[in-house]
Design a protein around this ligand. Sequence first.
Ligand code: GLN
Length: 494
Amino acid sequence: MSLTDLTIAQAGAKLAAKEISAVELTAAHNAAVAALNPRLNAFITTTPEFALEQAKTADATIAAGKAGPLTGIPLAIKDLFCTEGVRTTAASKILEPFIPPYESTVTAQLKAAGAVFLGKANLDEFAMGSSNITSGYGPVENPWKRNGSDAKLVPGGSSGGSAAAVAARMALGATGTDTGGSIRQPASFTGLAGIKPTYGRCSRFGIIAFASSLDQAGPMARTVEDCAIMLGAMSGFDAKDSTSAERLVPDFRAAAARSVKGLRIGIPTEYRADGMSTEIAALWEKGVAWLREQGAEIVDISLPHTKYGLPVYYIVAPAEASSNLARYDGVRFGKRVDGEDLIDMYERTRAAGFGAEVKRRIMIGTYVLSHGYYDAYYLRAQKIRALMLRDFTLAFDKVDAILTPTAPSAAFGLGEKMADPVTMYLNDVFTVPASLAGVPAMSVPAGLSAEGLPLGLQIIGKHFDEETVLAVSAAIERAANFTAKPSLMAGGAN
Ligand code: GLN
């Protein structure tokens, strides 16, 4: 088996047994990045020499008998995590020259665990999008193709570069962030596993802010176990993030191996959205059957405020974004376009630095927060958000986890769904409720569409119960036995 085809767990075992070295493993991934990135555009910045240095250190750690499960494992880092001394752009032109003087807590923890960083992965600008099309550094191409078609597809978003890098075997795993679905939807579009943990589980320190009450970091990888390994290193309390939770980090890897026998799994009626494709509905039914076969009990539940999820999200997220993005003014860091006076400089800098989707969100956000409209939009959205959280709390009195589809469709074509922004926003219909409630949710590959594209199922859990989410996801993974590879790798139509 080629080195780039291993899982994190397999690579870790081979490194520990000294069958392979971290330098070899990293060199193989550097080569894959050099070969494929010019086409897929999954990385904005690559750091091959830095990766090799980290790999040498990892080999020394292994030789000293001090290795952990991530020592020497090559990862892609979403370019929203600040990395000390390595350019961090958030895929925005406004941060084109920005080299952070500090490291995000999550990436610092991954470095301390011995992981190797191959480069900074492409994303939608400031993580705003569902297709990676809004990046200021060009779109990412999905390594998957429809059967018999050469049309380029999107990898989903906003963590589209992370997804494409792992699916195309350029990295063994990647960090993502998820505000309304940005880990789960791209995982579904590229045949990967990805988990958005409970809000507060991973520190937000050093992650460029989009919507602070929703943003969470999480892993994307080719198996549930690999996600569990990464999540263990990424989690934990951080005094530098005031919303970080003081919780012990459980053994996620052990949890992923638990049985689902006796667990109660909720099926929410309201997710049977009007016009759900028969293919997605059938996949969901399969998921139900798989869990039942493994001894879980299936329970019908109701999450009555689900239909407000998208409108609430698309008020709250832009409101917080408009406030967070006020700091990009050309004064302290990032791009500056000089003007006649200070105000003119601000305006020219922001006009040149932000793309169309980011500008739209800033305008929507400032509008819903403005005097006279605050009560009608923002305050009302916050009230409904509280009701959505209550829906989950009541449901979790009856069930241990909830099963739904991850996204309403498979990956779509580059350039599709661009006619109006609302069409794009509809992608997030199944992912935003868990984000608004702050509960953990994972996407796991469950099958292929009629056109040969991956489709994911979503498992939603109770606050801080990622362990059950991982166990249920692993049960789906076992039953689905998803072994298909992107057409680009399998030598199919491309
Ligand atoms: N697609 C959603 C949006 O555009 C979610 C993005 C995210 O989770 N970062 O806001």
